[in-house]
Design a protein around this ligand. Structure first.
Ligand code: ASP
Ligand code: MG
Length: 404
């Protein structure tokens, strides 16, 4: 007999029929003799619709009130799922974030989990009830509702699994697992049986839209076994777990991220402190910089290029232009017409030649590389956006990822 946490995303609980389908998956685990805690997201586009409603009344609402509003989405799902399970004759109770003891810090709109006060959930589990918890929400030290940021329900589920010492945290979604590439781009992409936390963390941050990266971070920290699986099809998903129990593949997956913009500061003085000057300005505006490239100095001048997400482009440009008297670039260029294509695999740490193979695939496909960035277990290239899908297919082929 074990405890399982199951999380269902917005598409999985979008309407009555899907709710019934979810209820049956939950009941199956419960009838097998498990204790079951279920975490739900808001139905379908509810969160987006609520954001839209807020805009209709106030273009700059306070973050506190936004959290009060957005948390309503998950509250709808949790009660509807509980009612569906009631109808199917099993004992069940739904709990909001604060009822379930989801204590967070005070950052409205992007709160971080601090601890889970498990007493109430445990008391309900002891009564043999299925416990449904609203994802994405918590309570801060002054007793206000907070939310964890878009996609945050995954993190709620992992936090609960860690706090209750669950055997497994199942993240049900609309795909059957984590794939070697997006199956919409690469027809012969294959589902991975398992993947390490670090690899998953990279994939999640590089544009594989299956898991919220903070949930993977937390799963790694507390060693929670996660499974990504389909809420519709009954097939085994992908297990996310500790590295030493996963086969070290050279490359596990290829991703592409179109939400990338590049800024180039042309002809800045080649002297100490320039990079510091530029990036401290951006840091003050809380703009995350990703790939950075600085040219070798010539004639006392150098170029500094870097990437940001597209939604940060305008504010980055504004900041740099306002301060260019001090920075002294002869020109500030930018483009949104760019994509980041990456490969991830724990095995590349100890195997030379992985980068060369990736670059060969791009060369064969006639694709020009604009910037390169690497870490121990990933290599990213920036290329023109129009080439991104072609690049993913070419790289997937080159590493024979359909035969893993
Ligand atoms: N409902 C929230 C969102 O749409 C949280 C989640 O789905 O995980 O971002
Ligand atoms: Mg999600």
């Amino acid at each position: 007999m074990s405890l399982i946490v199951q999380k269902f995303g917005g598409t999985s609980v979008a309407d009555a029929q899907r709710l019934e389908n979810v209820a049956r998956r939950v009941i199956e685990a419960y009838d097998d003799g498990n204790d079951v805690v279920v975490v739900v997201s808001a139905q379908g586009d509810t969160t987006d619709d609520l954001i839209e409603k807020a805009r209709e009344v106030n273009s700059k609402p306070s973050k506190r009130e936004m959290d009060v509003l957005l948390s309503a989405g998950e509250q709808i799902s949790m009660s509807l799922l509980a009612m569906t399970i009631e109808k199917l004759g099993r004992p069940v109770i739904s709990l909001t974030g604060w009822q379930a003891g989801m204590a967070t810090d005070g950052t409205y709109g992007a709160a971080r989990m601090k601890r889970v006060l498990t007493e109430r959930m445990e008391a309900e589990i002891d009564k043999k009830r299925i416990v449904i918890v609203a994802g994405f929400q918590g309570i801060n030290a002054v007793g206000d509702i907070t939310t964890l940021g878009r996609g945050g329900s995954d993190t709620s589920a992992v936090a609960i699994a860690a706090a209750l010492g669950a055997e497994l945290c199942q993240i049900f979604t609309d795909v059957t697992g984590v794939f070697t590439a997006d199956p919409r781009i690469v027809k012969d992409a294959v589902k991975l049986d398992d993947i390490s936390y670090d690899e998953m963390l990279e994939l999640a941050s590089l544009g594989a839209n299956v898991l919220h990266n903070r949930s993977v971070e937390m799963a790694k920290k507390y060693n929670v076994n996660m499974e990504v699986l389909s809420s519709m099809e009954k097939v085994p998903g992908t297990i996310v777990k500790e590295e030493n129990s996963v086969e070290k593949m050279l490359v596990r997956g290829v991703t592409r991220d179109n939400n990338v913009a590049r800024i180039s500061l042309v002809n800045v003085k080649d002297e100490p402190g320039k990079a510091f000057q530029v990036f401290s300005l951006l840091a003050k505006k809380k703009i995350n910089v990703d790939v950075i490239l600085q040219s070798v100095g010539r004639d006392d001048m150098k170029d500094i290029s870097f990437t940001v997400t597209e939604d940060n482009l305008q504010s980055a440009l504004d900041t740099l232009n306002e301060n260019n008297a001090a920075i002294g670039a002869s020109e500030i260029r930018h483009t949104e017409n760019i994509s980041k294509v990456s490969i991830v695999g724990a095995g590349m740490q100890s195997n030379p030649g992985v980068a060369s193979l990736m670059f060969e695939a791009l060369y064969d496909a006639g694709i020009n590389i604009q910037m390169i960035s690497t870490s121990e277990i990933k290599i990213s290239v920036l290329i023109e956006e129009k080439d991104a899908e072609k690049a993913v297919v070419a790289i997937h082929d080159k590493f024979h990822l359909s035969n893993v």
